[in-house]
Design a protein around this ligand. Sequence first.
Ligand SMILES: NC(=O)c1ccc[n+]([C@@H]2O[C@H](COP(=O)([O-])OP(=O)(O)OC[C@H]3O[C@@H](n4cnc5c(N)ncnc54)[C@H](OP(=O)(O)O)[C@@H]3O)[C@@H](O)[C@H]2O)c1
Length: 271
Amino acid sequence: MEKSIRLNNGLEMPTLGLGVFRIGDGSPVKNAVRMALTNGYRKIDTAAVYGNEVGVGEAIEESSLKREEIFLTTKVWNDDQGYDSTLRAFQKSLKRLKTDYVDLYLVHWPVKGHFLETWRALNELYREGQVRAIGVSNFQIHHLEQLSEVSDVVPAVNQIERHPLLTQEELRGYCQEKGIVVEAWSPLMKGNLDLPLLKTIGERHHKTPAQVVLRWHLQDGVVVIPKSVHPHRIKENSEIYDFSLSSEEMKAISGLNQNHRFGPDPDSFNF
Ligand SMILES: NC(=O)c1ccc[n+]([C@@H]2O[C@H](COP(=O)([O-])OP(=O)(O)OC[C@H]3O[C@@H](n4cnc5c(N)ncnc54)[C@H](OP(=O)(O)O)[C@@H]3O)[C@@H](O)[C@H]2O)c1
């Protein structure tokens, strides 16, 4: 299993990253990012709306790694969507992150009436070299189809809610066919890991339910951004490259699907 995946524009992206949603700015997020970088993570997933880009930027700046060794993702929030407002929002994110480029910039949600213009702005930022790749988040097939009607640029990534209770097979298949890497948010079901099957499979491999689930994503070609503020879990979530699940185990985990969302539905969100 590779630790990185090639995006459709040739850029290499780590298959594991730290998600920082709901981690406070300042020392909480700085500690989490520092811990992740120490444990070999090379990708951090933040967003303007998380309110912690400043802490993420400081942690990266204070680390012993060079900026180019870290893959940094952020996202344009819904209120800022549209062409000019996205360009302005991006400059504010750059300033908060204390960097002069972002590795991956995402349209956070497909805001009706605005996301096509937002996409046009992302294309401009890409052309100017201010972002190394552009993508989307929470896009269903019909949103991706709308995008393809007005733009030749295929998103490099679609970051979607995905885990054993919401396997998203149709959307995953569509994205993989179009060369869009699927990145799972809430890959650990927000910590709801107490399922007997995951425990049984974990015991077989001397792994925890969290490690089993993360490995299941990777073997399905899906990249992951688990969130934790606890050093031992940040480390645990990175130890997923030294075992493999059998095809029966993969099938059994996929069989847990109930189309259950912990987060909002992209077809009915109202924020
Ligand atoms: N694009 C979007 O719209 C969107 C939406 C939601 C999230 N995201 C991104 O996806 C990232 C991950 O999603 P998420 O934060 O919603 O959920 P998640 O990563 O599935 O789960 C995080 C929860 O699981 C716990 N946890 C972490 N590792 C664990 C382990 N090894 N064993 C047991 N529990 C564990 C964490 O607790 P502790 O912190 O206490 O360890 C936390 O409560 C976010 O941080 C964010 O970057 C994107």
